[in-house]
Design a protein around this ligand. Structure first.
Ligand code: KG4
Ligand code: ZN
Length: 345
């Protein structure tokens, strides 16, 4: 008997499961209901205004806000789905249990456990970064082996997905995550938090060729580094206080995106892949999306670039990863504990 192509050669999640996904690892309270492979209800409560004055997420404020928002986010998601008796159709409740901020994770995990107890449903703990990878499967099944670039506020990783659940870490940042660099540079330029969308907006009016900031670590390694780039922007600003912030934003964005694309190019030359997936908040960046899609066309591999709302934190990606995990028999005990430094590779 030959093995089934769809089981081994493609990353996907079971479409016959109905899973509620809950995500509170950082500063978004996000919930979604996946049914028959589709998002039938979803809610994301953003905390941007709460943290804007501090230039970054304040953990204590974040967890308090999750506690205020979570019940309504769940009830609005269920209402939107039109399910009158959700406990009768839901197969499992998936929740992020790490990595992330301890107090924030605790709110989502506690809410998920309460629902599991009330409705007598299984709990499935999900790794936030595996969730970002599975966001790609909500867009289309991912051909394996796949090269994955996961870029968020806390992580920048290049991972090889060899088979479902079989991952190999190829490289990652040695210092700041790329999203963190966007946020810090935005702060230097007096922009609001989160910095990524602000830098992208400002860059549109700038000329990226006016300034050249340093690119990726040279050599054969797939590791990344962004603290030098951030410092280069700071030094440039000190020396050129009257330069146009639009040009600085555009030049920084170009350097950060080139650093990522250079390493993806190198990884594609080192081994054979059938697809490239991008995920995490920075994958919402239009320049990165365009450059990855052009690279994939050149190299003849599929580009899996999920819609922007599936790149930033959302509940559907947790439901999809949870459906995959539940489908392989890995439900979690109700004693599941949060793990702020969890890693799936
Ligand atoms: O995945 P995510 O929503 O939360 C974490 O898991 O961290 O990623 C948030 C990060 C922030 O650093 C934010 O500035 C960045 O993603 N980001 C962007 C864009 N949208 C969000 N960076 C660059 N360009 C964007 N359009
Ligand atoms: Zn994230």
């Amino acid at each position: 008997m030959g093995r089934s192509m769809t089981e081994v050669d493609v990353l996907d999640f079971p479409k016959d499961l109905c899973v509620l996904g809950i995500e509170t690892s950082c500063d978004e309270t996000a919930v979604a209901l996946l049914k028959d492979g589709k998002i039938v209800g979803e809610k994301v409560v953003f905390q941007n205004d709460l943290h804007a004055d501090f230039g970054g997420v304040v953990p204590e404020l974040a967890s308090r806000q999750h506690a205020r928002a979570i019940s309504q986010a769940i009830s609005q998601t269920l209402e939107q789905s039109g399910e009158k008796r959700p406990e009768k159709v839901i197969d499992a409740i998936a929740v992020t249990y790490g990595p992330g901020l301890a107090g924030s994770l605790m709110v989502g995990v506690s809410a998920a456990k309460a629902l599991c107890v009330a409705w007598d449903l299984p709990l499935v703990g999900v790794d936030h970064m595996e969730g970002h990878l599975y966001a790609g499967t909500l867009h289309c099944p991912i051909k394996l082996p796949s090269l994955t670039l996961l870029v968020s506020g806390g992580h920048s990783q290049i991972i090889s997905v060899e088979a479902p659940g079989i991952y190999r870490y190829l490289g990652g940042t040695l210092d700041d995550a790329v999203g963190e660099a966007f946020d810090k540079v935005a702060r230097l330029l007096g922009l609001r938090f989160p910095g990524g969308p602000e830098i992208e907006r400002l860059s549109k009016a700038g000329d990226p060729t006016k300034i050249t900031f340093p690119r990726a670590l040279k050599g054969d390694s797939l590791d990344l580094s962004f603290s030098g780039l951030k410092t280069a922007v700071l030094r440039y600003l000190e020396r050129n206080p009257s330069s146009k912030s639009e040009d600085i934003a555009a030049a920084f964005q170009e350097a950060a995106v080139d650093s990522l694309v250079d390493k993806v190019t190198l990884a594609l030359k080192k081994a054979k892949y059938r697809s490239v997936v991008i995920g995490g908040g920075v994958a919402a960046n239009s320049l990165l999306r365009d450059k990855i899609s052009a690279l994939c066309e050149d190299m003849g591999v599929d580009a899996v670039i999920p819609p922007k709302g599936l790149c930033t934190d959302n509940g559907a990606m947790i439901a999809a990863a949870g459906a995959y995990r539940f489908g392989t028999g890995s439900a979690s005990p109700l004693e599941l504990s949060i793990d702020p430094s969890l890693s799936f590779v």
